[in-house]
Write a protein that binds this ligand. Structure first.
Ligand code: B12
Ligand code: SF4
Length: 454
């Protein structure tokens, strides 16, 4: 059962447009993945829009463009706008090669869409790209002084997501209670890992005040019955005082909300662990990536195996469930580094695992050198395969795609077959019973998924 969450970036734009007096509708093709492109087009045509915005990450881009082309055939006068991370990378190159796109916005969408829909001159709109007299033009770059003021933004319009929250799925065993919602309380990251596509936010870091975030959580609770929140911020704990204050507000509120967040090691002192735990934090996601120091040195700025072990053990002792996020198939990866990674993961007190295939995104720093580092099909046609589940890259002198797939299966088997994990599952029956119900309901799909990974 795939994780499926409402896209809060797009819903934030929707909220801004609605406040500006526009009628806004939202269709979620990532969630309703069985609907065909032709059916989406029929639905959109039925709504008779003036403008259609598409939000597509790299693997979804070709599909979104297919809908866009079909839509233009049915409604030649409709305005089409592309945004999100792939558009933020591709800019003029995409407008040049994909003629059904009229406008493209690089970076944040709220102010740019508000101004575009208000009819402002394109040359005044930061991040906007458009075609004029056969050439691609662009407005000013989005910079510090023209970015959104985060506390001025209305809360994302979750209510436009059909069936939210019940029809959306958090990860299995990710929460002690449900329903859940995803929240973004800061934007950007100050680090630069080799594989990470930061085309939207670059190396900026901005955040909502703790009061704003608390009000949003409270609103999700009272209006939608949300009982668990996952903060998907890249660097949730970077601004220590913000998080402390938010914890204080949550603790004092008696809302009974639990939450998860992403923590980068090096940004989690002991007293913060305690504050998070006592405010209702259930699980923290930690990017470990590899158990081989050489791989970390090449791909993950300033991260050491010692620091990872030290911080993960402290969080575990502090009562937080730690989920380790790993990647396999990096440039420089060998069968030895894979074995080291499996051993390292199994030696840590991790209660869950997220394992993805190394995937070179066009907007990631490593992309420029990728053809020298291994075998990779860099054509636009291959974008749909960049889903982090398919091994699209074979490192020079390293394992083949088939061997990487085998290593992936072995990693999962070894990790989940340990006595430590059996205890974790026993505790989960008590602490996260709804996950078991979810698991039983989705058992055939889950077994099929595991079989395919072997
Ligand atoms: C939460 C999250 C998820 C969640 C939920 C996704 C969702 N529905 O929101 C889950 C766990 C399901 C997920 C899954 C995946 N994710 Co993800 N995810 C994120 C994360 C951490 C936050 C997204 C977010 O809410 N950002 C905050 C909002 C405010 O920003 P935003 O989404 O970029 O939106 C702004 C702009 O982009 C722009 N914009 C967006 N849409 C549009 C549309 C228009 C018309 C306009 C004008 C502007 C515009 O305006 C928005 C507001 O300012 C991002 C990293 C990041 N920090 O953004 C990765 C990220 C988007 N994911 C990524 C990837 C690779 C995936 C997966 C393929 C694999 C994986 N890692 O598991 C799957 C694919 C899922 C799918 N079917 O699409 C990559 C995408 C890279 C790429 N080039 O494609 C990212 C960028 C991480 C990274 N740095 O590498 N993801
Ligand atoms: S992987 Fe995480 S820490 Fe590294 S650059 Fe991306 S968001 Fe920042």
């Amino acid at each position: 059962m795939a994780v499926s969450l409402p896209p809060v970036g797009l819903l934030s734009i929707a909220a801004v447009l609605r406040n500006a007096g526009h009628t806004v509708l939202f269709l979620d093709a990532a969630h309703e993945f069985r609907v065909t492109n032709a059916e989406w087009v029929n639905q959109i045509v039925g709504l008779a829009p003036d403008l259609v915005g598409f939000s597509a990450i790299t693997p979804a881009f070709q599909d979104a463009y297919d809908v866009c082309v079909r839509l233009k055939e049915s409604m030649p006068n409709v305005m089409t706008v592309f945004g999100s991370v792939h558009a933020s990378w591709g800019r003029a190159r995409l407008l040049g090669d994909y003629p059904a796109i009229d406008y493209l916005i690089a970076g944040e969408g709220e102010y740019a869409m508000r101004d575009l829909c208000a009819g402002c001159p394109p040359s005044t709109i930061a991040g906007l790209h458009w075609r004029e007299d056969g050439a691609v033009r662009c407005g000013p770059e989005q910079m510090k002084d023209n970015l959104c003021v985060m506390d001025d933004l209305p809360f994302p319009a979750y209510e436009l997501a059909k069936g939210f929250p019940k029809k959306y799925n958090m990860a299995m065993f990710a929460a002690p209670q449900r329903p859940g919602a995803n929240v973004i309380s800061s934007r950007g990251c100050v680090y630069q890992c080799s594989y990470c596509d930061r085309s939207v936010y670059h190396n900026s870091f901005r955040w909502n005040s703790p009061e704003y975030t608390f009000e949003q959580v409270k609103w999700l609770h009272t209006d939608f019955g949300i009982r668990h929140v996952t903060f998907y911020d890249d660097l949730f704990t970077l601004n220590r005082s913000r998080v402390s204050k938010l914890c204080e507000l949550l603790r004092g509120s008696k809302l009974g909300i639990s939450f998860n967040c992403i923590v980068r090691v090096g940004h989690i002192p002991d007293d913060l662990i305690h504050e998070l735990k006592s405010a209702g934090c259930w699980m923290v996601h930690v990017g470990v990536e590899s158990g081989d120091q050489n791989i970390l040195d090449r791909h993950k700025e300033g991260l050491s195996l010692d620091l990872l072990r030290h911080d993960i053990e402290r969080m575990h002792k502090g009562g937080l469930w730690v989920k380790g996020l790993f990647m396999m198939g990096f440039p420089g990866e060998t069968s030895v580094s894979i074995q080291r990674t499996i051993d390292f993961a199994c030696s840590l007190p991790l209660k869950d695992l997220g394992l993805t295939a190394f995937t070179p995104y066009p907007g990631a720093p490593i992309y420029g050198d990728i053809s020298q580092l291994g075998r990779f099909d860099a054509s636009d046609d291959n974008w749909k395969n960049l889903d982090c589940e398919t091994f699209v890259f074979e490192p020079n002198g390293g394992p083949s795609q088939r061997e990487l797939e085998k290593g992936y299966g072995e990693f999962l088997r070894k990790f989940y077959n340990r006595p430590f994990m059996r205890n974790v599952y026993r505790r989960m029956i008590v602490e996260s019973p709804h996950s078991y119900l979810q698991l039983l309901k989705n058992l055939p799909t889950y077994l099929d998924y595991i079989r395919k990974k072997r």
